[in-house]
Structures are given as structure tokens and as C-alpha cells.
Design a protein around this ligand. Structure first.
Ligand SMILES: C[S@@+](CC[C@H](N)C(=O)[O-])C[C@H]1O[C@@H](n2cnc3c(N)ncnc32)[C@H](O)[C@@H]1O
Length: 375
């Protein structure tokens, strides 16, 4: 892993994941990208057509997910008519969606005309560990805002702010199942990587941890499972409380885990040894990031440690590396935030009274553990 020259003081923990990423995954991913580009560039008109049509295909998949068509197909192949009856949709309309997504390989259409799951469609089932179904249903709700993107780009203001005047959290609260879909998808993605992340968090000396903006408690539960001496609390908004408490119970950490309803722009529980912020700062512009960091700075004891867990714009991890620019744009469209470089993190931390003290690589595509200490 390389470090920007202006971040010379950063302590790097080289590990097997980083080695594997550099020696195996990155070269393979580069090769794959080269092949894909070569194939695409042979037929630029077709590629351009698919780009222009991709919202239609996306909307069809998100709609089939919302109608629970993929879940019904888990019981076996079905004809469009039977499917329409099961999911209470119009047969002709549903058949058009099914034909279209099958034509581009996202679902199988058999010779007898029945539809069947294939490996891609299976990802959209509601019990898939990859929560793309919930995520695409959520994006479907945000799509109307995209018509304002040209105006937002002219104004130089994140789309969510430009189009609604509010944050994504305000907007999601107005959208049918918006908050639930976001939390479900975010939580499932977090759940898939927390054990790997927990192994990279320096907790041996810590007795208490606060996971700021910790959502439904997946990271905190993993941290407590990995360190049986540790107690902790999630500090997040009210709507995450019930699910978090249920998770702590399910995972047997209820005696050491609590949930504190709070606003991280105002206050977080004081005096913990470790504060974590996983995929929170990239939702916010620099002013709001500074507010969050200053609130934590007031709460953290002199020997405390802050762990920022998210990707850095200048650190490609697994093959998701090629996705980072798209991810950055997603933040700009759906939130007020951005993907930041390590140098940008370092500057914000310094302005809030912290020193960047180390960066640990995790075997995930989107999470470094960026360590900071109060100065
Ligand atoms: C992108 S999610 C990340 C959740 C969790 N850390 C994870 O990685 O799964 C951002 C979280 O910030 C929380 N949040 C947003 N605004 C907040 C505020 N003002 N105070 C406390 N939490 C807030 C949201 O409820 C949400 O759980």
C-alpha cells in the first residue's frame, strides 16, 4: 500500500490482505478492465445505447424486487400469468418487464416460456446476503431527483441539497419505506464485513467503545464479540434503536451493548476509550464532518482513540477499486458527501484537534481503519 508523500507520518500496517490485494487482485482486476474496455470499444454504438437504456433495465429490476417476484421464483420456475397472480400485478405489464430483463440476461426465460432465477437474479432475493434488492428499491425512489442533476452540476451543489434543500435522512423519511430500505441495505453490507473489520481494530487496551452513527449495531456487536472484555454503545437516531437492541440480544452481547439515541452534531456519550465512525463521514460535506469530529473531540479522553472506517479516494482496495469514482458520484448525488483522500482526512482531523496516527487495510473493498488520537 502506498501513502501520499504529504502523509509521511502515517504508520502503515502491512498485512496479508494488502499483499494479496497488490500482488493478485489488483493485477487481475486491471487485466479484466483492459479486456472489458477492448470488447466495449469494438462496438461503441451498442455500449452507448445500453448506457442510454440502462435506467429502464434498472427500474424493471427494482420493480420486480419490490413486487417480490424474485422471492416467488425461489419456489421454482413460473409462467408470467402465474407470477402476476402471485404478486398481484397486471399480467401483460409484468410480462413486459420479465421479457426485458431476461433479454439482457438478468433472469432466465426457459423454452416453455417460464421464468427462472439465474445467479444474478438470485442476488435480488430479499434474503440474499448482498442487499441489492433493497438498495435498488431505494434508488428507485431517488430517481425522480436525477432530473435535477444538470441544474445541480451547474450550481456546483450536491444533488440532494440542490433538489430538496435537505439531507438524505430528511428525504428518506418522506419516501415510502425509505429509511427502512436504507437501513436494511446498509446493515446487510455492514454485516458482511464487520468481522473482518473488527479483527483490524486495535481494541486490546480499550474497555469501552462508542460507535457514532452505528445504525442497527452490526459493527458494535462484532467488536464486542471479538473483544469479550469490551462494553459499548451505538449512538444513532431513534429509528435504529429497536433493531440494534434485538441484534445485541440475538448475538449474545446484550449485557455489554446499549443504544443511545442522539444527534452526532450535538453530543455523543463522553469518556469512551475508542470512538468509531463507519461510513458516516462520506455522507457529509467538510463543514458537517468538522462538526462531528469536534463533538467527538469534546467527548474523547486524552488517551482515547478515534477509528474512521471507510474507504479513501486514493487507496484502491479490492476490485471495487474501479467503482470508487462511481461511489464518489453516488455520495454527491444521494448525500452531501464525498470520498476523501487520506490527506483530506488528515487535514479535517487536524482542524478538529486530532492527529492521524495510522491506517490499517482490511480485506474489504471499501474500508480502511483510519486511526486518530486527540492532540
Ligand atoms: C451510511 S449509515 C452508516 C451506518 C453504520 N455506521 C454502518 O456502517 O452500517 C449513516 C448512519 O448515520 C446515522 N445518522 C445520520 N444523521 C445522524 C445524526 N444527526 N445523529 C446521529 N446519527 C445520524 C444514520 O441513522 C445512519 O445509521
Amino acid at each position: 500500500m502506498s501513502v501520499p508523500s504529504n502523509a509521511g507520518s502515517i504508520r502503515i500496517h502491512r498485512d496479508i490482505a494488502a499483499w494479496f490485494t497488490r500482488i493478485v487482485v489488483q493485477p487481475l482486476s486491471r487485466l479484466l478492465r483492459r479486456i472489458v474496455r477492448r470488447v466495449f470499444h469494438r462496438n461503441p454504438a451498442a455500449v452507448a445505447f445500453w448506457v442510454a437504456e440502462s435506467p429502464v433495465v434498472f427500474a424493471a429490476m427494482a420493480t420486480l424486487s419490490e413486487l417480490r417476484v424474485f422471492d416467488v421464483l425461489k419456489n421454482g420456475p413460473q409462467a408470467a400469468g402465474d407470477l402476476a397472480r402471485r404478486v398481484r400485478a397486471d399480467e401483460d405489464a409484468l410480462a413486459r418487464l420479465l421479457r426485458a430483463v431476461s433479454a439482457v440476461g438478468l433472469l432466465n426465460r426457459r423454452r416453455d416460456g417460464c421464468y427462472a432465477l439465474n445467479p444474478v437474479a438470485r442476488q435480488f432475493c430479499s434474503d440474499s446476503p448482498n442487499p441489492v434488492g433493497a438498495w435498488s428499491e431505494l434508488i428507485l425512489q431517488i430517481l425522480p431527483l436525477l432530473s435535477r442533476l444538470p441544474a445541480a452540476v451547474r450550481a456546483g451543489e450536491p444533488l440532494m441539497k440542490h433538489a430538496t434543500g435537505g439531507t438524505c435522512w430528511d428525504y428518506l423519511a418522506t419516501v415510502p419505506r425509505g429509511t427502512e430500505l436504507h437501513d436494511r441495505a446498509m446493515n446487510a453490507w455492514t454485516e458482511a464485513v464487520v468481522d473482518a473489520i473488527a479483527k483490524r481494530c486495535p481494541l486490546a487496551q480499550a474497555r469501552t467503545v462508542v460507535d457514532v452513527g452505528g445504525g442497527r449495531g452490526a459493527l458494535l456487536a462484532a467488536l464486542l464479540r471479538s473483544a469479550p472484555h469490551l462494553h459499548g454503545t451505538v449512538c444513532d437516531r431513534e429509528h435504529t434503536r429497536e433493531e440494534a437492541l434485538q441484534r445485541f440480544q440475538r448475538q449474545g452481547v446484550q449485557d455489554r451493548a446499549t443504544h443511545t439515541v442522539g444527534n452526532f452534531f450535538e453530543a455523543v456519550p463522553a469518556g469512551a476509550d475508542v470512538y468509531t465512525l463507519k461510513h458516516v463521514l462520506h455522507d457529509w460535506d467538510d463543514d458537517h464532518v468538522l462538526q462531528i469530529l469536534r463533538v467527538i473531540r469534546r467527548a474523547i479522553p486524552p488517551q482515547g482513540r478515534l477509528l474512521i472506517i471507510e474507504g479513501a479516494a486514493d487507496h484502491d482496495l479490492l476490485p471495487g477499486a474501479s467503482v470508487r469514482a462511481v461511489w464518489d458520484l453516488t455520495q454527491w448525488i444521494a448525500t452531501w458527501g464525498k470520498e476523501r483522500t487520506l490527506a483530506e482526512f488528515q487535514a479535517l482531523l487536524a482542524a478538529a484537534g486530532f492527529r492521524l496516527d495510522g491506517v490499517r487495510v482490511t480485506p474489504t473493498y471499501d474500508a480502511l481503519v483510519i486511526e486518530a488520537v486527540p492532540v
